[in-house]
Design a protein around this ligand. Structure first.
Ligand SMILES: *Cc1c(COP(=O)(O)O)cnc(C)c1O
Length: 472
């Protein structure tokens, strides 16, 4: 290429200020801010210039070429922005989707406390320093029958804090059967290391007897831990014996007995027609000295880690400098306090706490939802896909529970080719509120257990880009 044409090509690059003035770009700026969009415009310009200079490309740059490159960059940013999705996977408590969603009351409480100074750490009557845990302590102890409690950022933090406070530089006995199943995101050996404890595995993978524990208790033993595992089904009586025996053994040797419940439930799951899980109250009355569980699993609240148990142990935990580092922020405390209030009335809790409400939805009710949304989806897709209502199974989720399947209903979408199916599923995920389901049996399945806002779901259907399926 001679110098002249090269120059003229370079000069065809649209100017930044021109690009900035385009209505579409103005729209990007109003959403994402000027400096971010400007830096993306400059990036595009640099790339286009470099392409020209490297002579790999030999064409005039017009605004359309520029814009299409900019759009790609902006859509990458948009994709990364935190935003709502429709969780139609059928897994109710899904870590990838933020686990529990909050009831309106809790959100209003968070708003109020975030907008104003509050008595977070101040005793208004005594005009002296207060404790942020005070806003939840009485209610939590009342519901669970615990002597004392505290909360931290999440259950992993709770476990680390307890271990570090009660068994630092000592051995923690754990049944081998409880180690392997805890899963990738929460590995007990690593947690032990972070807590500065030494993991001592006891027994075999499938059988651990009380004698196995007894024979491992040495002077360097600091604590006995029982961890709830995902496929470890607690059958009331057996588990009681287990907890009770371990509790007795610990007591005899003056060791704290800790239970990591993972997903402690504050109501009897039988009320929701689900299999029983041992509740914090029972585990404590069976002799556990300290228990921990998540706030955003079956409790249905904000992300936090709940620690309950003997007062002297909780005092020790609260004195650990790590507690200061792992403490909850005021928004969490506001939300959690408001959730705890709902638990004063079980019916109210099940109605108002979304996690419990969605777990409680009966198949008939979900089928009615399916019938209501089917019509619009089918109208929209009937030219390209076969849409039907099918039975399916939802699951509770959150790892720590036995994988229990609950009868539910789904919209099933099939197409003549899997490639098309996968493209259609992508279009669902490109909607303003991405719709996430699952691919099963060469079909898209949208489990409707967690669909509560039907009108919002339906209103964006017409935005589905189905042009890609038009025969050219
Ligand atoms: C989920 C879970 C954890 C981790 O809790 P987070 O709230 O995610 O930190 C720890 N232990 C068990 C048994 C769990 O199920």
């Amino acid at each position: 290429m001679n110098n002249l044409s090269y120059k003229s090509l370079l000069s065809s690059l649209p100017a930044v200020h021109k690009i900035q003035k385009l209505p579409e770009v103005q729209n990007m700026i109003s959403r994402l801010g000027n400096s971010l969009v400007l830096s993306k415009i400059r990036e595009v310009q640099k790339e286009l210039r470099e392409n020209l200079i490297s002579e790999n490309e030999f064409y005039k740059i017009d605004i359309d070429i520029f814009l299409s490159k900019l759009r790609n960059k902006i859509s990458e940013i948009d994709n990364d922005l935190l935003r709502p999705v429709f969780n139609l996977t059928g897994t109710v408590i899904h870590t990838n989707f933020g686990r529990s969603i909050l009831p309106l009351k809790a959100i209003q409480e968070v708003k109020l406390i975030s907008e104003n100074p509050s008595n977070l750490e101040y005793d208004v009557l005594k005009t002296k320093r207060g404790n942020r845990d005070d806003h939840i302590n009485d209610m939590l102890c009342e519901i669970t029958g615990a002597e004392a409690c505290t909360i931290v950022n999440n259950n992993a933090a709770a476990v680390i804090l307890v271990l570090n406070s009660l068994a630092k530089r000592k051995e923690v006995l754990v049944s081998r059967g409880e180690l392997i199943e805890i899963g990738g995101s929460f590995r007990l050996p690593e947690i032990m290391t972070s807590a500065n404890c030494k993991l001592k595995e006891v027994g075999t993978t499938n059988r651990t007897h009380i004698e196995d524990f007894e024979s491992e208790i040495k002077k360097q033993t600091g604590l006995i831990l029982k961890a709830h595992t995902s496929n470890f089904v607690v059958k009331g009586f057996t588990s009681n014996i287990n907890h009770k025996d371990l509790a007795k053994l610990s007591k005899r040797h003056g060791l704290p007995f800790m239970v990591d419940l993972g997903s402690g439930s504050l109501i009897d799951l039988k009320l929701l027609g689900l299999p029983r899980e041992s509740m914090p109250k029972e585990v404590l009355s069976n002799g556990a000295d300290i228990i921990t569980f998540s706030g955003d699993k079956l409790v249905g609240g904000p992300q936090c880690g709940i620690i309950l148990g003997k007062k002297d142990l909780i005092d020790k935990i609260n004195k650990n400098p790590l507690k200061r580092a792992l403490r909850c922020d005021k928004m969490t405390i506001a939300a959690f306090a408001s959730i705890l209030k709902l638990y004063n009335d079980t019916d109210k809790a099940v109605k108002e706490i979304p996690t419990l409400r969605m777990l409680n939805r009966k198949k008939k009710e979900i089928y009615d939802t399916a019938k209501r949304v089917f019509k619009d989806i089918n109208t929209q897709l009937k030219k390209i896909a076969k849409v039907e209502i099918v039975d399916c199974k939802s699951q509770i989720g959150s790892g720590s529970l036995p994988v229990e399947l609950i009868p539910s209903c789904a919209i099933k979408i099939r197409m003549n080719s899997n490639k098309h199916l996968s493209k259609l599923y992508t279009e669902f995920r490109k909607l303003p509120i991405p719709v996430i389901g699952r691919i099963h049996d060469n079909s898209i399945l949208f489990d409707l257990r967690c669909l509560e806002d039907e009108s919002q779901f339906l209103s964006q259907l017409k935005k589905l880009n189905l042009k890609i399926f038009e025969i050219k």
